[in-house]
Each structure stands twice: as structure tokens, then as C-alpha cells.
Design a protein around this ligand. Structure first.
Ligand code: NAG
Ligand code: NAG
Length: 293
């Protein structure tokens, strides 16, 4: 009861901070965090041969060593109800499974197909330049913005609680746009400004209190995209170099910093307890993913 009261107060506090109208019914409201995504962008490379599933899943658009624009996607539920999804289907071959659950027979895990879409757009947003895959491998509470809240949903019972957030860390497989062929697109120069678009719930699967804040736009200049001639990732690993700027497992900046959220531009403080919880869950998610691979 006390927990529920705290949730209610949090949702009221958030609603007061925002300028748009509060919905009359209890609904979730996804808010992709543009500043968090912007703070996690980096260029990386991957050998397509390392994991053939990456092409199969639409995460890579070609063979060989691919150049990636990696970013985290952190999505807050700032609504006044949980976004509830539930258990993935038990029977992989049942034709009556809901169509939004897709069994990936390559990686052997479920995808929820109606969650996040990643695209690279032209600087004026008018053209789609490159497309990432539809993400949604597991919808869960990675952490909560309110210290009194505990993450509740996980990969076996999926959802995002109100006042909490889901996050796909920038080091996860497929958490990128394959930009290898960017230099082949019309108008490309090393100075061209593009916009990374993270769109949540684009197909409207979840009813939401507000859909005007479902898209985050992050300006990005990718720079020179040469044909990659360096060592393959496997070779880099053999040489013992770290394969990413982070090395560690935790979410970048997860130590209680304040992340501005996209859309309305308001600040949402992440509690350090929530961030620690988030780091633990992120590790679990990675283990789960590796097991699935
Ligand atoms: C990657 O290479 C394999 C084997 O040569 C080929 O069958 C496949 O079509 C290639 N995929 C892409 C996206 O180029
Ligand atoms: C899964 O669903 C298929 C098709 O409905 C059915 O033939 C099969 O028996 C089911 N398997 C299990 C383990 O329930």
C-alpha cells in the first residue's frame, strides 16, 4: 500500500514538471532519453563472421568488418501506469502466438518486435539514410528514478514500471547502426550532420498517455567513413587490446548523474541505489544474451 502511494506521488511530481496535459486514465508514457544516448555514442567495428546471426537479425547490413555507431537507449516510463508485456510465449512453434513476439531461431531467443526502432536520418529529418534493426530483446526495469522503488519486471515477466526505466547499454549486440556504407549514400561528406532517431512504441502497441514524446533525436557527425583496413576485431582481441572504450560492464555514467531526458528537456535524477541495481541487472541481461548466443 505504502509502495503504491509512493508511486502515485512520483507520477504526480513528474506530471507537474511536464507541460503537457495529464491523461485522464492511467496509462504508461515512454520517454526515450536523448541526452543519455548522446553521451554514450561511439564508433566501433565488428567482424560479421564472428556471429552470423547479426546479419540474419538485420543488425549488420553486409559481410566483412563493419563500422558501427553505437549508443545506449534508455527509456523512462513517466506515465501513471506500468507498461506491461508479460511472459514470452512458452511454445515457439504455435501459430497462435501473438504476432508481436518473434522467435529468433538464430540466437534462440524471443524478440518483442514493437518496441524500439533506430534510424539515421538526414540533418533536416526529411530522409531516412540508414536503418538499424527493431530492438526489443527484453523489456524490463533496469532501474528506477525514485529511490523508494524497486525494479519489478524482468526478462521472464516483461514490462516497465511507472517511475522506472529500461535500458539497452551501448555495448550490447545490435545496439548500433551499421554505418559502413554511409559513404555510398547521396550527399555524404565527413562533415555531414545526421540525426540518430530512437523511436519507441512506433506501432502503437502500448496505449500511452502521450505519444508526442516517443521519439528522441540526437545530432551526430560521423566523420570519415573509410573502407576499414585495420586489424579484424578477432585480431585486436588476440593482441589483448580492450574491445571498447569502457571495458567494464556497468552503464556509463551510472553513478548517480543527472540525465536530461529527451523531448520536453526536463532533468531526471537517477538515484545511485537505482544505478547500482541497474548495473547488476545489466550484467544479468548480458549473461542472458551470451547464453542465448
Ligand atoms: C554474406 O556472405 C555470405 C556467404 O558468402 C552470403 O551468402 C551472404 O549473402 C552475404 N550477406 C550479405 C548481407 O552480403
Ligand atoms: C506447440 O504448438 C504446436 C502447434 O499448435 C503443437 O502442435 C505442439 O504440440 C505444441 N507443443 C507443445 C510442447 O505444447
Amino acid at each position: 500500500m505504502i509502495k503504491h502511494l509512493a508511486l502515485f506521488l512520483l507520477s504526480v511530481a513528474v506530471a507537474v514538471t511536464l507541460s503537457y496535459a495529464q491523461p485522464s486514465t492511467a496509462l504508461p508514457d515512454f520517454l526515450p532519453d536523448a541526452l543519455h544516448a548522446a553521451s554514450t555514442l561511439y564508433i566501433d567495428h565488428v567482424d560479421a563472421a564472428e556471429d552470423p546471426c547479426l546479419i540474419n537479425e538485420g543488425c549488420l547490413t553486409g559481410n566483412g568488418t563493419r563500422m558501427l555507431l553505437r549508443f545506449a537507449s534508455k527509456v523512462h516510463n513517466i506515465g501513471n501506469a506500468d507498461a506491461y508485456l508479460g511472459k514470452p510465449p512458452a511454445n515457439r512453434t504455435d501459430p497462435n502466438n501473438p504476432i508481436y513476439w518473434h522467435w529468433d531461431s538464430c540466437h534462440e531467443h524471443w524478440h518483442f518486435t514493437a518496441y524500439a526502432n533506430y534510424k539515421l536520418l538526414s540533418g533536416d529529418l526529411s530522409n531516412e539514410i540508414l536503418r538499424g534493426h527493431k530492438n526489443g530483446f527484453c523489456l524490463e526495469d533496469l532501474g528506477c528514478n525514485d529511490e523508494s522503488k524497486e525494479p519489478y519486471y524482468n526478462c521472464r515477466n516483461q514490462g516497465v514500471s511507472m517511475g522506472c526505466y529500461d535500458m539497452y547499454d551501448e555495448t550490447l549486440p545490435c545496439q548500433w547502426i551499421d554505418v559502413t556504407d554511409l559513404h555510398l549514400t547521396p550527399g555524404y561528406t565527413a562533415q555531414t550532420e545526421y540525426v540518430l532517431q530512437v523511436a519507441i512504441n512506433e506501432a502503437g502497441f502500448f496505449p500511452e498517455g502521450n505519444i508526442a514524446n516517443n521519439v528522441a533525436h540526437i545530432k551526430v557527425v560521423i566523420g570519415d567513413v573509410p573502407p576499414y583496413t585495420g586489424p579484424s576485431l578477432a585480431e585486436v582481441r588476440r593482441m589483448g587490446a580492450p574491445d571498447g572504450p569502457e571495458g567494464g560492464d556497468g552503464p556509463r555514467g551510472g553513478g548517480g548523474g543527472v540525465d536530461g531526458a529527451g523531448g520536453a528537456g526536463e532533468a531526471m535524477g537517477a538515484s545511485s541505489a537505482g544505478a547500482r541495481m541497474g548495473a547488476r541487472r545489466l550484467r544479468k541481461r548480458k549473461q542472458f544474451y551470451r547464453k542465448a548466443v
